[in-house]
Design a protein. Sequence first.
Length: 444
Amino acid sequence: MKVFILLTIVGFMVIVIYFLREILSSGREKNDNTKTLYEVNLKEFAPIWLKYNKEFEKELQGGDLTLEVFIKSSKSEENKNQHQISKQQEVNNDVNNADSVTEISDNKSLSDIDTITAFYSEVISPYEKQFKEQNAYEILIEILKMLDKHGSVPSVVIDVKDNESVDLISVRDNLAQISLKEHVFAVTRAMVEQVKQNYSEPENFIPQAIIIALAHDMGKIPELRLSGAYNSYDHAIVSSNWLAEQFTGKDIFWAKQAITAVRDHHLKSKEPLTLMLREADKQARQMELVRFTQNYNIESFNSWFNVEEFLKAFKDKINVTAKGKVDVFLFKGIVYAKPESLYDAAKQSMFDKKVLDMLFLYETEKENAIRKIVEKLREKNLISDIISEPYISRKFEIKMKMQIKKQQQVFVAIKADPYFEELESIEKRKSGSQLELIEAVIPV
């Protein structure tokens, strides 16, 4: 009996052990299959991670960030997401590992904006201390934010209400291909160099110069210029009003000077900062124009203007009537030329020689250009004594036969000899025109 009970217990244990072994063996096979048999196609998996990328993109472009990251529109949506993820990783690494990164707010820095990084590092970074000491750092950041957001607009406004648009009318279509950001950065670099040349301790003046240069064309941004909030269509006025708004509530001792320089940079002025800004603007424009003109060189007036060559071409304009008007005529050995006729002839000569001289590309520089032409003629003793130095022109009364009403005009009086040859053939051009009726030309 005892033997039977013992055998029964042993048999039961054997059955239990067998079943336990089978259960454990089955569990291991299932675990192994989980590791090796399941594969997921990327397209099937993509919806899971793409929706989180969309959320990340919204967060990246949200108002909590001080400067937005802009991706070129030509890239696909997937490339945009990949670029943004990569940039965010770089930002995190910079914030964690680099003490030299310029903090703006919320772990965001100017070095995160691709198009501004080199400019900031080269031009602004050496003077961060001065910007902060002069309470101008916040304004600097606001300007750079605007340029980063709107800097792709053209650097020239095509509008007859804008002074520069009229001033550069002969080349504005070419200059419109330069972006606002590119132009402003070039002007700022040139402005910094001018400050270094003109001041013995430039470090203290450079923050002011940089703010002026960066903000001088802000009014070309359409949403500022066309908003009506800044009371003008002229970009210089819009720019100065916008800059004045940024200065509000800030204790910056040079604020008024900066606003004036921006407002007047296309007007006549004797203010040093305004003059430096205007010169920096011209230097940038010269380099920009070279990119769009083949085989042209940048040269100063003295290097390309030649009196003999100029007069040889200019004689073809004497006694020539165009649309009933005469700009240049010969009378008793004196060539009377309207100042604009000298300017136009010299400008044509400049283009013929494939030269770019900004003196002849800005309408506001026309008077200076005419003065330089007359000075060159005076050096050759070709300006009549009727016009004494330092004057370049004079008003004359033209007395005509059987004329009742007086006629007065401003002319430059140039001696005909020895550079104007064939005077007889030039006189014959008067035949049949009102020039035959001139009796006297009297200085007024």
